[in-house]
Structure formats: structure tokens, C-alpha cells
Design a protein around this ligand. Structure first.
Ligand SMILES: [Zn+2]
Length: 324
């Protein structure tokens, strides 16, 4: 059975790989970064493309619509925003996306079946902050209390679905940031979710964003420069991105919150993970309406259900990869 699974995975990878290697894809360089022409990539994927206004739009049967914005590090996939590693560009007669984005942002979402299947029995929940580290303060609540409340609700739901759950903390205690990834690794868990609440000095900002680890050689979402740093967590770039996408999609579906996008960062809790992992920022404590929501049991239930839905959607997707 294990041999059959490995064989099917290999055949799938070869098929996806041949789709990229077997046909010439024109390329160029912008700012020393390698780029690929989108019309060539689109035809490899059996998709149509058109350029309209500032947008390059890709469509295909049974595929979410993919939109790129000229000169902006932004992609919209099935209506959801993703911050790209590099800005795509229109030059001459062609539209180009960076090779890093093709490999690390686009292909994993267009071919989610290429994500490796793996055991998914134990979920690790990391409730942000705790103890002396209060996290972001709101007008009537603290981040550390909300992340714990949410984490405990997610844990209960996951256990009801048959998962084992391990957590960095189940009470208001201090757990150093640098130890959290190691605790998860030592727990031999299969998936990692860190729960946080956002804050901004601009009190009008609201919405949900989900982070996964920045690929090696790419720029994080809040950074303009690529960094050539590789961590243990980068061996799961494809799984990390797929999990982040499904998690953000599920959270938005449950809460109807504003989509602040799927982003990348080299967060301490994500860098050294031996399992796929994401960090969710489920709302802004600095926004009055969102702080009210975040303290409401009904809204907390939506967030907890959104996180569980994300994990279940991920399990469903990876199990398709080997035809199980
Ligand atoms: Zn936080």
C-alpha cells in the first residue's frame, strides 16, 4: 500500500513536472530575477488568458479565476488575495510572472493534488502570547486571552472530529516565542496552527490574514527585498501554501470578514517546523467593531469553525493527491 502511494505520488509529480519542462516557456529577467511568460504557462495549464486594464486574467474549466495586477505583488485566486514574492510585469507583447511565484505561489494552487499526502492524526495549536506577554491590547480585552479562548474551542471541535490535539499552552502562562516551534516538533504533531489577533495604529483597519513561511530566496510580504534564507520549514513550502490558502478561505467563508490576504513571513514559530504550519491573524483588536466581535461567543464559534474547516479541507485535498 505504501509502495502504491509512493508510486502514484511520483507519477503525479512527473506529470506536473513534464507539463512545465516538456514545452518551451519563454522567459526574461527583471531586476536580476527570472521571469516566465504567462501565455506559455497558461497554455501548459490548459487555461486562457487576457489582459484587461491593468489586470492579466487566467480562466480555465473547473479552475478558480486567477488575476494578476501589472506591477503589483498581488494575485487574486478564486476571489481571494495572495501577496506574491515578486511583482509581475507587462513588457513588449507579453505578461511575465517570476519563476519563484510560478513554482511557489501559482503552481501549488493550480495543481493542489501535487501536495504530498501525509499522516494527519495530531494537530498542534499554538495560542499566541500568554503570561507576561499580553500580546496586543484592545479597549476591553487582551490578545493573549482571546487566542486562548479560541484555541480551546478549536481543540474541542478537533477532538470531536477524532483528532488528537496538542497545545503550547492551555492556561495563561508564558511560553517563549523561540520555544514554540520546538515544542510542536517534540510533540510529533502532524500540522501546526498558530492563533493570533492583529493590531494597528490605524483603527479603521480590519479583516483576517493567514501567513505561511516565506520560500527561500523570496521576499516576505512586508519586505521589498528577497532574502536567501532557508529553514527546516521550507521543505514543506507546497503544503504550507495549500494549508494557508484553505485556512484563509474557510475563515472568510465562516466569518464574512474582510480578506487581507494570504501572506508570507519568516515568523519564529514557522521557520523550524517539521510539519506544515500556518499562523492566522483572525481580526484586529484595535478596531472597535472587530474587538466586539472577537469577544462575542457567536463570532468566536465562527472563527473556531473556520480553523477546523481549513484543516478538514486540507485533509481532503491531500488525500486526493494519491487517489485515496
Ligand atoms: Zn500576536
Amino acid at each position: 500500500m505504501r509502495f502504491r502511494t509512493a508510486l502514484l505520488t511520483l507519477l503525479l509529480l512527473l506529470w506536473v513536472g513534464s507539463a512545465f519542462c516538456g514545452t518551451p516557456v519563454r522567459g526574461t529577467f527583471f531586476g536580476g530575477r527570472q521571469y516566465r511568460r504567462i501565455d506559455d504557462l497558461a497554455s501548459l495549464c490548459g487555461m486562457q488568458w487576457r489582459f484587461s486594464g491593468k489586470n492579466c486574467i487566467l480562466t480555465g474549466r473547473n479552475r478558480p479565476v486567477l488575476v494578476f495586477v501589472n506591477n503589483r505583488r498581488e494575485m487574486i485566486f478564486g476571489g481571494m488575495h495572495l501577496v506574491l514574492c515578486d511583482a509581475p510585469h507587462w513588457r513588449g507583447s507579453g505578461f511575465y510572472v517570476s519563476n519563484t511565484d510560478w513554482l511557489k505561489s501559482i503552481r501549488p494552487l493550480l495543481f493542489p493534488e501535487s501536495a504530498p499526502n501525509h499522516r494527519l492524526g495530531t494537530i498542534f495549536l499554538d495560542c499566541g502570547h500568554g503570561g507576561v506577554d499580553q500580546g496586543a491590547p484592545g479597549k476591553r480585552s487582551l490578545e493573549k486571552r482571546l487566542t486562548l479562548q479560541l484555541g480551546l474551542q478549536v481543540a474541542a471541535k478537533l477532538r470531536a472530529c477524532g483528532y488528537q490535539v496538542k497545545m503550547t499552552r492551555t492556561s495563561d502562562r508564558t511560553v517563549p516565542l523561540q520555544q514554540r516551534g520546538a515544542i510542536a516538533n517534540n510533540s510529533r504533531s502532524d500540522l501546526f496552527v498558530s492563533i493570533h489577533i492583529n493590531a494597528s495604529t490605524d483603527r479603521s483597519i480590519r479583516g483576517i490574514e493567514t501567513f505561511c513561511l516565506t520560500p527561500a530566496g523570496a521576499a516576505s510580504s512586508g519586505d521589498s527585498k528577497p532574502r536567501y534564507l532557508r529553514f527546516a520549514g521550507n521543505s514543506r513550502d507546497t503544503s504550507n501554501l495549500l494549508l494557508a490558502y484553505l485556512m484563509q478561505r474557510s475563515l472568510l467563508a465562516r466569518t464574512k470578514a474582510e480578506d487581507r490576504g494570504l501572506k508570507r513571513a519568516r515568523f519564529a514559530v514557522l521557520k523550524d517546523l517539521y510539519m506544515p504550519g500556518v499562523l492566522v491573524e483572525v481580526g484586529f483588536i484595535s478596531n472597535a467593531a472587530e474587538e466586539r466581535n472577537l469577544n462575542s461567543p457567536a463570532y468566536q464559534e465562527k472563527i473556531a469553525s473556520g480553523i477546523v474547516d481549513g484543516i478538514l479541507a486540507y485533509r481532503k485535498q491531500i488525500s486526493k493527491g494519491t487517489g485515496r
